[in-house]
Design a binder for this molecule. Structure first.
Ligand code: 5RP
Length: 228
């Protein structure tokens, strides 16, 4: 199976999970990225069963609305039983690197509110140690150079994310992203806390303090479910 087929498989498995395990009328938390897009397409088939979605990005908001799914402001929502999102890497403890799509801050906010985080990923995302994928860090623009120096002092190699057109990439929140390579993240909770402390950092794309509760992993043998 191709990576796209594996993504479609787990997106459908997550839609089935929502149908079976989320109470009717609940609000869903919806992530960002190509796997999350397939999940949005899959839940459109039973959109009358939930009352709306809290979205983690402008891109997901557009896709949800194209399907006629109501997008709710998080400030108006008390409870999100389940948040479904992809990951760039996930380890055996459910800790993840996220933010390849640039939506890490809103993803972390919605994940923090949600009762359960269901991670959907193709098999290539499961790793022994996080860090081969460059760690995204969202930064206030004026702090870019200062934060980059701190990240380099931690042993990382930060690189300012650019657009395909060669401009500086800006998040939905108007900030910049440093993608940090050369970090071998064996203690993800410690590194998450350390990077969170750097003045100017908005969000680090390590989701270890609040990791996944359920992983739906797409493999050649089918969808493998892990409950953490
Ligand atoms: C976006 C993310 C995505 O979940 C992550 O990049 C995985 O994306 P994809 O499903 O396209 O592989 O964190 O900010």
């Amino acid at each position: 199976m191709t990576q796209d087929e594996l993504k479609a498989l787990v997106a459908q498995a997550a839609a089935d999970y929502v149908k079976q395990e989320v109470p009717q009328g609940a609000v869903l938390g919806v992530g960002t990225g190509s796997t999350a897009n397939l999940f949005i397409d899959a839940i459109a088939a039973f959109k009358e069963r939930f009352s709306g979605a809290v979205s983690s990005s402008e891109a997901s908001t557009r896709r949800l609305q194209q399907h006629g799914i109501q997008v709710l402001d998080l400030n108006e929502v008390d409870e999100i039983p389940v948040y479904v999102d992809g990951a760039d890497e996930i380890d055996a403890s459910g800790a993840m690197i996220k933010g390849g799509g640039g939506a890490l801050t809103r993803e972390k906010i919605v994940a923090a509110v949600a009762g359960r985080f269901v991670c959907i990923a193709d098999g290539s995302k499961l790793v022994d140690t996080l860090g081969a994928f460059p760690l995204p860090v969202e930064v206030i623009p004026m702090a870019r150079a200062a934060v980059a120096r701190k990240l380099a002092a931690l042993g990382g190699q930060p690189r300012l994310r650019m657009t395909k057109e060669g401009g500086i990439y800006k998040t939905d929140n108007g900030n910049v992203i440093l993608d940090v390579s050369a970090l071998r993240i064996s203690q993800p909770k410690d590194i998450e806390q350390q990077i969170n402390q750097i003045p100017g950092v908005v969000t680090v794309g390590l989701f270890a303090l609040r990791g996944a509760d359920v992983l739906l992993l797409g493999t050649e043998q089918g969808v493998q479910r892990t409950d953490y």
